[in-house]
Design a protein around this ligand. Structure first.
Ligand code: RIB
Ligand code: CA
Length: 317
């Protein structure tokens, strides 16, 4: 069977790192490229981290295109409010992996996305697991992108849960105008994996032991990144089960190869860009009270055992 092609847009990041490894190593996936953007860490660090991850697992062939360094219309947002703080707690600026001698691609991420989709003869799924700045910029330059992308799988937002404010999730909050453009653009299919789903696929210290015990570069790196997240979450944002962490971005990649890892409902999603208390909130119309037609398959649940087994199987090879 043909592999499923994807482009992963990341702000790597401990959970992005696991997503990159899953996308690069799963035998049913063909990771065409990673694109990077401002988010968890400044974009230069995100690019360097992404290269480190790919090099560490022997995928030096996957190119990394660096994207935009600032949100679309808020030049100082989220810098300096949370980026350093967030990077320190949940990610660290530089992942604990050997440095890379490899350079990022010469072309910028936005240009790469536009050109690649213009020329594509195969379907390429777009998987943004970071602020949506690159995707919104590409859409603004080439609105036909909506017709060329078969499916967009986004990690972002939350209905019952926020993580950066009481009502907003980081990826959407960090560039709300970009997110509003993406959700309103008219893509053929959007699958949204918000905190409501990622907080159900919690990964434990025992799971990290399984991953480390594989003795592979990916197993060890995943255990290291996830272990770091568990410490950070226990200290700053404890999960329902202490000693566990969500690995948000990897759930999106897991869905590509095992769709039942999440359970979705088709709903309308909009993004709040003005509210003083609610900026960056994904307004998910669960009760069909608004006039917007459902345009997203929104995940409200996920299967932790299936998710962890997939990571272990993939990183064993
Ligand atoms: O809120 C979780 C998301 O924010 C993840 O994508 C994480 O990597 C950060 O970007
Ligand atoms: Ca991310």
């Amino acid at each position: 069977m043909a592999k499923r092609k994807l482009i992963l847009d990341v702000d790597t990041g401990t959970d992005d790192a696991v997503a990159v490894m899953l996308a690069a190593l799963h035998p049913a996936l063909d990771l065409v490229a990673c694109t990077t953007v401002n988010g968890n860490v400044e974009v230069a660090h995100g690019t360097d981290n992404t290269l480190r991850v790919l090099d560490h697992i022997g995928r030096r062939d996957v190119p990394v295109y660096e994207g935009l360094a600032r949100p679309l219309v808020r030049p100082d947002f989220p810098v300096p409010r949370t980026v350093d703080d967030r990077a320190g707690k949940f990610h660290g600026k530089t992942l604990p992996l050997p440095p890379t001698a490899r350079a990022k691609a010469a072309q910028g991420a936005v240009e790469f996305l536009i050109e690649t989709y213009r020329q594509a003869t195969d379907e390429i799924t777009l998987v943004p697991v970071a602020p949506l700045t690159n995707i919104a910029a590409a859409l603004t330059l080439d609105p036909k992108l909506t017709e060329r992308v078969p499916e967009v799988v986004i990690m972002g937002g939350g209905h019952a849960i926020g993580n950066v404010t009481p009502s907003a999730e980081f990826n959407i909050w960090a560039d709300p105008e970009a997110a509003a453009i993406v959700f309103g653009a008219g893509f053929r299919k959007i699958t949204l994996v918000p905190l409501d789903a990622t907080h159900r696929a919690l990964v434990s210290r025992a799971d990290c032991d399984r991953l480390r015990g594989l003795g592979t570069p990916a197993g060890e790196a995943a255990a290291e990144c996830i272990g770091h997240r568990i410490v950070a979450h226990d200290a700053a944002q404890q999960m329902a089960t202490p000693g566990t962490t969500p690995v948000h971005d990897a759930v999106c990649v897991a869905y590509l190869v095992e769709p039942p890892v999440i359970a979705t409902r088709k709903l309308h999603v909009a993004v709040e860009t003005a509210g003083a208390l609610t900026v960056g909130r994904t307004v998910i119309d669960t009760q069909f009270r608004g006039s917007g037609l459902p345009q997203c398959d929104v995940a409200f649940d996920s299967d932790p055992a299936r998710f962890v087994d997939l990571l272990v199987r993939t990183f064993a090879a």
